[in-house]
Design a protein around this ligand. Structure first.
Ligand SMILES: NC(=O)C1=CN([C@@H]2O[C@H](COP(=O)(O)OP(=O)(O)OC[C@H]3O[C@@H](n4cnc5c(N)ncnc54)[C@H](O)[C@@H]3O)[C@@H](O)[C@H]2O)C=CC1
Ligand SMILES: N[C@@H](CC=O)C(=O)O
Length: 802
């Protein structure tokens, strides 16, 4: 059986002292599961101290031995502060041996490999101590030296050889007990079993690489910050935490020199299923940023970033400027030395490239190597520049954001502005300035504006018109609560409607602007909407409209639907739609499809999320049929009651959808899928109340002929009455997918027998609600409650969009 693992990584600052270790142990206990992998760095400044010791060892005096003794004291104190007598003694005696071992290495000939061997103790001490501390807290744990499986050859930035490392890791994990395993970060071994460190920013990289090798579903990097902010919160106090960021955007942020995350850390994500979360170990409740692999929405800037110190390399070319400049840029890219941003000046045949000071020397070496091939005649290095950037998918296509960016830079000594080819960033290089005021002003300009959500409504019948009224009453409150602008951007009936992006209110909306509904034209307009986000509200019963959902998802639109067709469509289509909305970070909300406003889907989801197991779901799922059978006592013809239900807006547009059980069958399928079952409509047995003679008629013909229902209904009623029972239209599905929908007689005392007319009742039997099922009961159809359910979905969407 495969194991679902998560990786958690704690850096040195999270393990700086005994209190930090205790905090980390508590996080591991609360936030990880058995068999998760916990990657650790060396505690506090241990790596720097070991590097210093290695340097001191090159001198003849006693300084290295003294520094080493002090470090061993620090580690011993951690052990005695954290562990009880017996386990502490065990580790202290190991530390004693290691002290002698390191001293012996330092006295010998020091090369890069035995230097690395010395460095590796930092991570090994942390891993061993944290595993022991977890065991003391009754959280079974073991530790693992990553040199046993991480294979990499020595280089400035060693790359883990995944092909060699994966089977070694599998073997190591198979040999361990099923418990949390604390793994050393940062260290590997080469083909000769010598120690190699993963170099600059290697610790976070070792965590995501480990997750890729172990096929873990997530990596959480715990550090001293809660995640990625809209700007550096030390410089911009209004900066806010981004809860989600697409991998492409995170990668762009690291590429342009942000220190919050390194490109290397993200590299394993492209070849694994993990998502990465950044969280604060000092304040786990302060939020997090999740970096996911879904397509980024082209909403423009999410982050204002800056690099204080930038060096410009200015290259002149002898001939064929554009081709040579492009070829050289491509070559630099192949060597992972592409500039942060650049500017080609065709008239002067010069190429200007921006680098951080640490990378300039390496870039120059490569440029030197290819100078002759690409006819580079001159290379000038110019210091004293800064970089300001906006990062976010589609930023260079957002006129307002571009305008604000240019406006802020108007007063600066601007060298050049460049938009990355993939439109993920807009970078400006300016003569070096104090960046803080610029950043603050730009951040304020960009993000003070409220986000704008456009709403396009399909279906203004019974429920749609009620919702429009409700929306009009609630709009101001909703905007105020969620700090958003809501715009009614389109209203359509089955034949006609129009789109208007100018901000017309519900009251001002007029059918005068309506034109026939032509889908390609509507879709084309919607694709070019001016809002931050767009939501479609499907308040129809149209199957053909539901066929456009995949396209809505593809364009990143959100969807709120009362229409049940897609939720009850073929399993493959349903799963593909779920995936499409998830891939485009869009919400598909369908609270109104079952039980109108009753919180049925939410309750099922909450039970499952909390660890319950659902055994069955049953009840009365049709407001129309509930109303009909609660009222029906044989005194009034059944068809007369049906007519009343129709006039009250309880029934489906075609009441046979209710009577046939089709509508209930769809609702049962939607709930079964919510509960995790994979099934289709035809898996649900259905006994229709509509005789064949009425099934083929048009709606109007049916309404004229529905008295045909009267006799069989009276018969069913009397049969039940003779046994002291009543008739109810019930639905039921169990955890094995056995499902049926039909008219049944139940005892007069059964909970389903005594409802208020129109009430739905949902009985959920589960591992926790076994003897006494969880009952959700209340009006399950009708204009107000259904419009309210759609509004509740809009509130959920507003929270998300905000
Ligand atoms: N009536 C109720 O209590 C509840 C209804 N629902 C669902 O709400 C939906 C709407 O129900 P009602 O408002 O009662 O129906 P309705 O028939 O009164 O209204 C639906 C409207 O949608 C329009 N329409 C059809 N195809 C369209 C298209 N392609 N584009 C634009 N408009 C289109 C129709 O012309 C009609 O005006 C249905 O799917 C129903 O199952 C859900 C829960 C409760
Ligand atoms: N006709 C349906 C309306 C809601 O889906 C019902 O009565 O339940």
């Amino acid at each position: 059986m495969s194991v679902t693992r998560h990786v958690h990584k704690f850096g040195g600052s999270s393990l700086a002292d005994a209190d930090c270790f205790k905090r980390v142990a508590a996080i591991v206990q609360e936030h990880s599961q058995k068999q998760d992998l916990i990657v650790v760095s060396a505690a506090g400044k241990t790596t720097n101290r070991l590097l210093n010791i290695i340097e001191l060892a090159k001198q003849a005096d006693n300084a290295a031995a003294e520094a080493l003794a002090a470090l061993i004291d620090f580690q011993s104190k951690l052990v005695t502060d954290l562990l009880s007598e017996a386990p502490a003694q065990l580790i202290l005696s190991e530390l004693d041996n290691e002290h002698r071992q390191i001293a012996a290495v330092l006295e010998g000939e020091l090369d890069v490999f035995n230097g690395n061997e010395v460095l590796s103790f930092g991570e090994r001490w942390s891993a061993r101590l944290l595993a022991a501390l977890l065991c003391e807290r009754d959280c079974q744990a073991d530790w693992l030296d990553s040199r046993q499986f991480f294979k990499a050859e020595y280089a400035t930035q060693p790359q883990v050889d995944a092909e060699q490392s994966a089977p070694l890791l599998a073997k190591c994990l198979a040999e361990k007990a099923a418990c949390r395993i604390v793994v050393t970060g940062f260290i590997c071994s080469d083909s000769q079993q010598r120690t190699v460190t993963l170099g600059r920013n290697g610790s976070d990289y070792s965590a995501t690489e480990l997750a890729a090798l172990a096929d873990a579903v997530s990596t959480t990097i715990w550090s001293d910050v809660a995640g990625i902010y809209s700007a550096d919160p030390r410089l911009v106090k209004e900066a806010f935490l981004l809860e989600n960021l697409a991998l492409s955007e995170a990668y762009e942020l690291s590429r342009i020199g942000s220190s919050v995350l390194h490109a290397r850390t993200l590299e394993p994500l492209a070849r694994s299923r993990q998502k990465v979360s950044l969280r604060c170990s000092y304040a786990p409740a302060s939020g997090q940023t999740v970096i996911h692999r879904k397509a980024a929405k082209s909403n423009g800037a999410k982050i204002v970033s800056s690099v204080d110190d930038i060096v410009l390399l200015e290259l002149s070319f002898q001939q064929d400027f554009l081709n040579n400049a492009n070829a050289l840029l491509a070559r630099l890219g192949e060597h992972q030395m592409a500039p942060i941003t650049r500017h080609k000046h065709a008239e002067s045949a010069s190429l200007r490239m921006a680098y951080t000071p640490e990378r300039v020397a390496e870039a120059l070496t490569i440029i030197d190597q290819f100078a002759a091939e690409f006819a580079v005649t001159e290379v000038a290095k110019k210091q004293g520049y800064s970089l300001l950037a906006l990062v976010g998918a589609g930023v260079s296509e957002q006129p307002r954001q571009c305008y604000l960016f240019f406006q802020q830079l108007a007063e600066q000594a601007l060298e050049f502005i460049h938009s990355s080819e993939d439109k993920l960033s807009l970078c400006a290089v300016v003569r070096r300035v104090t960046l803080d005021p610029l950043l603050i002003a730009l951040h304020q300009q960009l993000f003070k504006q409220k986000r704008r959500l456009g709403l396009v409504v399909f279906g203004k019948g019974n429920i749609g018109s009620q919702w429009l009224q409700l929306f009009s009453q609630q709009q101001a409150k909703l905007e105020q609560q969620h700090q958003l602008e809501l715009h009614l951007a389109g209203v359509f009936s089955s034949q006609a409607g129009h789109i208007d992006f100018s901000g017309v209110s519900v009251e001002q909306w007029s059918e005068q602007g309506d034109t026939p509904l032509i889908w390609p034209e509507v879709m084309d307009k919607l694709k070019h909407h001016p809002y931050d986000e767009l939501a479609i509200l499907d308040i129809t019963a149209s199957e053909s409209l539901s066929a456009y959902y995949a396209e809505f998802a593809r364009h990143g639109f959100h969807l709120i639907t009362a229409n049940k067709h897609a939720g009850a469509s073929a399993q493959a289509n349903y799963a593909a739609l779920q995936q499409a909305f998830s891939d485009h970070s869009s919400l598909w909300l369908s609270n109104a499809t079952v039980g109108a406003g009753l919180p049925v889907q939410k309750s099922i989801q909450d039970l499952l999320d909390s660890g319950d197991q659902i055994h069955s779901i049953s009840g009365i799922f049709s407001g129309t049929l509930s109303w009909l059978f609660q009222q029906y006592d044989g005194s009034v013809p059944f068809s007369e009651l049906l007519n009343d239900a129709l006039n009250q807006g309880l029934t489906e547009p075609d009441p046979r959808e209710d009577l046939s059980g089709n509508d209930v069958q769809r609702k049962l399928l939607i709930l079964a899928r919510e509960a995790g079952l994979t099934m289709d409509l035809q898996d649900i047995q259905l006994r229709s109340l509509v005789p064949d003679s009425l099934a083929q008629l048009t709606v109007d013909e049916f309404l004229d002929a529905m008295s045909e229902l009267d006799e069989p209904m009276l018969q069913a009623y009397k049969d039940a009455q003779r046994q002291g029972k009543v008739i109810r239209f019930l639905a039921r599905v169990d955890h094995q997918g056995q499902a049926e929908v039909r008219l049944t007689s139940v005892s007069e005392h059964h909970p389903f027998a005594n409802l208020k007319p129109c009430d739905n009742v949902f009985a959920i039997e589960s591992a926790w609600y076994k003897q006494n099922p969880l009952l959700i009961q209340g009006p399950g159809a009708g204009r107000e409650v259904t419009a309210g359910a759609i509004q509740a979905d809009l509130v959920t969407l507003c929270k998300y969009v905000r």
